[in-house]
Design a protein around this ligand. Structure first.
Ligand code: HEC
Length: 105
């Protein structure tokens, strides 16, 4: 989450300052974390959620969906498509809030 939080803040700065080239590198560490989490899910290792552990499947679905939207963000930033980048930033922000509402204390 630390990596993601940092990447998202860099993304907001990148939009505000019109420096979309900063977005793709910012998400490199996030991709690494994603691989670790996916591995854990596949191996059925226990991922402890602060609340609503019984909705673990929903968490995995939201997590995957979130990363699909991150991919769209990174692609849009590489194409310098500011409109699409802004749309993805809005979408991702809503997903942060929604997932935290369900699974964070
Ligand atoms: C699929 C679910 C999900 C999404 C999407 C998500 N988070 Fe989180 N986040 C969590 C959970 C669960 C925790 C609590 C982790 C814990 O306490 O063990 C957390 C914790 C955090 C924390 C507290 C620090 C930490 O490491 O615990 C920050 C900051 C954070 N998230 C930022 C973000 C931002 C920014 C986004 C969107 C760009 C986001 N999160 C999207 C599930 C999510």
């Amino acid at each position: 989450m630390i990596a993601l939080d940092k990447a998202f803040k860099i993304t907001i700065d990148a939009v505000v300052l019109n420096q979309l080239e900063r977005i793709a590198p910012a998400f490199e560490d996030v991709h690494k974390v994603r691989e670790q989490v996916e591995h854990a899910v596949k191996e059925r290792e226990k991922i402890i959620l602060p609340k609503n552990q019984s909705l673990f499947k929903v968490f995995v679905r939201m997590y995957n969906r979130f990363h699909q939207e991150v991919e769209i963000l990174v692609d849009a930033s590489k194409k310098k498509n500011m409109k699409a980048v802004q749309r993805q930033v809005n979408k991702l922000l809503n997903m942060c809030v929604r997932c935290h509402g369900l699974f964070r204390r």
